[in-house]
Design a protein around this ligand. Structure first.
Ligand code: ZN
Length: 592
């Protein structure tokens, strides 16, 4: 409620005073462009992973420290900092000075001479390594909790330090800070003129049985949540567009899970423990037999919720600690990038006339099919041809049909296979070459079918490694769970939908066990036992997935004449085609 009333007050003030300000000629308020959203990734000196710079706007390199003589900065692992600065591309890199247990700030900030010397040393490091600014992680002024020296005058000295740093760095370099969730110890109104934004460390707010980084309060949270941390900063005078909300890529555990657990090392729940989602706090956790958290962490879903919060509340952006904790496919960093990466602004001048869309097919698709398939697969194929032809109506794209794969597949941005994959060796190797060279594929149902007699290992691996295991029979409607709320293919779908009647395949091994596979839709457990004549009794049941090593998506529906009868499922099909095409190595044709 505090947040709400603060916003109301701010709006009220704006409403009452702005007209007078305008009359007084304060045009700058209007001239100012809204600040662009940012993603700040902490990258540490002690990890090896090189950050994927397409997933962030800023890197804070951790750490530098105040020197023993209190008058300069020294940097951990300068070789790694140099490598990161060399590879940064358009991303801006700041040196983060401090961190938990990094001291000597109090002594350094206490005299003007030392502040000046320290600030000059920071500015020199920025120049030497080609950096873009400095991030101060003094944890925390006036508090010796981390075993560092502290003084009651730290708050006052902190302000003077920020002023000195701004003067040494000049107006164009970045100066930011990491701030504790309660927003105490720092005089924000005094430092705001000198700093670009405030990184709020909205984590380590609890350890099991309390959550590490709940978004909202629940029976498993302590005094602070990420939401409270943001409200505290607003109340301390930091405007929303200077608040960057932190998110942890690690969790805290007990009872054998370890105190710090990186997302990449997330273990399965131990026996007697259960993986749960706290619907109030919006974070996942493992619980003991009594339902108490024993491991608290963040995953794609909770990070997605936090990004939505950042967007809804107009915050400047998101920060995370730290890139090296993410898994091999940078799943969490990707989630943040998908939601928070600033989109290019399209100016009125760049808008094309309507005739452009109608006169210029934007991409070329090939629909590969066969009439030599079982009747129910032929029904689906015929309807798929009609469906995709209608999508191409008005020559938005060119749809070619073929019952054998042409020699030259290069002109095609995507190949659609409604219910069959090639069986001839020449066509198979043509398809392999096409996909390995960055081709696009949307496959349905029978197109993915493979068993021991298929003799096409490349294709099985391409699909994620699974062979046909079993199926439901007869074809039935099924309740589907949408697993990703951030992926472009599923983000506008409801959490659950009923897919029209079809036959579904279960796979062995489970495609989900392949780290390159991202499952987007799966069959809900509520369907089990699934089938009448052939019954599937349980187990993981992915239905739609992508193998991230290729530009592909597989959708297991596609049996019989009902599959195009549901608007939600049709939207899924359109999204799937559109997403595969948009990833084209020739560039996104929808933006051309
Ligand atoms: Zn079938």
């Amino acid at each position: 409620m505090q947040f709400h009333s603060w916003t109301m007050k701010a709006n009220f003030l704006r409403f009452v005073f702005l007209p007078f300000l305008c009359l007084a000629g304060v045009q700058a308020l209007h001239a100012q462009e809204p600040a662009e959203r940012i993603i700040v990734a902490y990258v540490t000196s002690w990890t090896e992973t090189m950050p994927d710079v397409s997933l962030m706007t800023h890197i804070n390199y951790a750490f530098g420290h105040v020197t023993d003589s209190f008058d300069g900065v020294r940097i951990d692992n300068v070789e790694r900092l140099r490598r990161i600065a060399d590879a940064k591309g358009k991303v801006k890199v700041c040196l983060s000075v401090g961190g938990w247990g990094s001291g000597r700030f109090s002594e350094m900030a206490s005299t003007e001479a030392r502040r000046k010397a320290f600030a000059a040393s920071c500015a020199a490091a920025v120049d030497e390594y080609g950096l873009d600014g400095i991030d101060i992680d003094w944890e925390y002024p006036t508090v010796p909790a981390a075993g560092i020296s502290a003084s009651p005058r730290d708050t006052e000295h902190y302000t003077l330090l920020m002023k000195e740093l701004r003067s040494a760095l000049g107006p164009d370099r970045l100066l930011t800070l990491a701030s504790a969730c309660h927003a105490r110890h720092i005089d924000f109104p005094a430092i705001l003129p000198f700093v670009d934004w405030v990184n709020v460390m909205a984590y380590d707010m609890g350890r099991p049985p309390l959550h590490n980084a709940a978004l909202y309060a629940s029976p498993h949270t302590g005094r602070f949540t990420a939401d409270e941390a943001v409200k505290s900063h607003l109340a301390a005078g930091v405007p929303a567009d200077k608040i960057v909300m932190g998110m942890p890529f690690y969790g805290h555990g007990k009872e054998g899970y370890g105190d710090f657990v990186d997302y990449k090392d997330l273990p399965a729940p131990r026996s007697g423990h259960q993986a749960l989602w706290d619907a109030e706090a919006k974070v996942p956790y493992y619980a003991d037999a009594e339902g108490k958290p024993v491991l608290s962490f963040d995953n794609v879903r909770s990070i997605g919720e936090k990004c939505l919060y950042i967007l809804k509340n107009g915050l400047r952006g998101g920060m995370y600690w730290e890139y090296g904790c993410d898994n091999g496919t940078a799943e969490l960093a990707r989630t943040v990038a998908e939601q928070l990466m600033p989109r290019p602004f399209i100016s009125a001048k760049a808008v094309r006339p309507a005739s452009y869309a109608g006169s210029q097919p934007r991409f070329r698709a090939l629909l590969y099919y066969s009439e030599q398939v079982e009747e129910a697969h032929l029904d689906f194929t015929r309807q798929a041809i009609t469906f995709f032809r209608e999508l191409a109506f008005g020559r938005g794209f060119i749809l070619d049909l073929a019952t054998s794969l042409p020699e030259d597949l290069e002109p095609y941005d995507v190949i659609i296979m409604p219910d069959v994959a090639p069986s001839q060796p020449a066509e198979r190797s043509r398809f392999e070459r096409y996909m390995e060279a960055g081709g696009g594929w949307v496959g349905f149902h029978g197109a993915g079918y493979n068993d021991l007699s298929s003799n096409w290992d490349w294709f099985r691996n391409f699909l994620g490694g699974g062979r046909f295991l079993c199926n439901n029979w007869p074809p039935q409607p099924a309740l589907m769970e949408v697993e990703s709320r951030t992926h472009p293919v599923t983000r506008n779908l409801p959490q659950q939908f009923v897919a029209p009647e079809s036959e579904y395949y279960q796979w062995d091994p489970d495609p989900r066990s392949n780290p390159s596979v991202q499952v987007l839709v799966s069959l809900s457990e509520a369907n089990f036992p699934f089938g009448i004549k052939d019954v599937v009794f349980g187990g993981d049941f992915p239905v739609v997935w992508t193998n991230r090593d290729y530009r592909m998506i597989y959708l297991n529906m596609g049996h019989g004449s009902h599959c195009f009868s549901d608007a939600t499922q049709n939207l899924l099909f359109v999204n799937a085609l559109r997403w595969v095409v948009s990833q084209s190595s020739k560039g996104d044709p929808f933006l051309r």
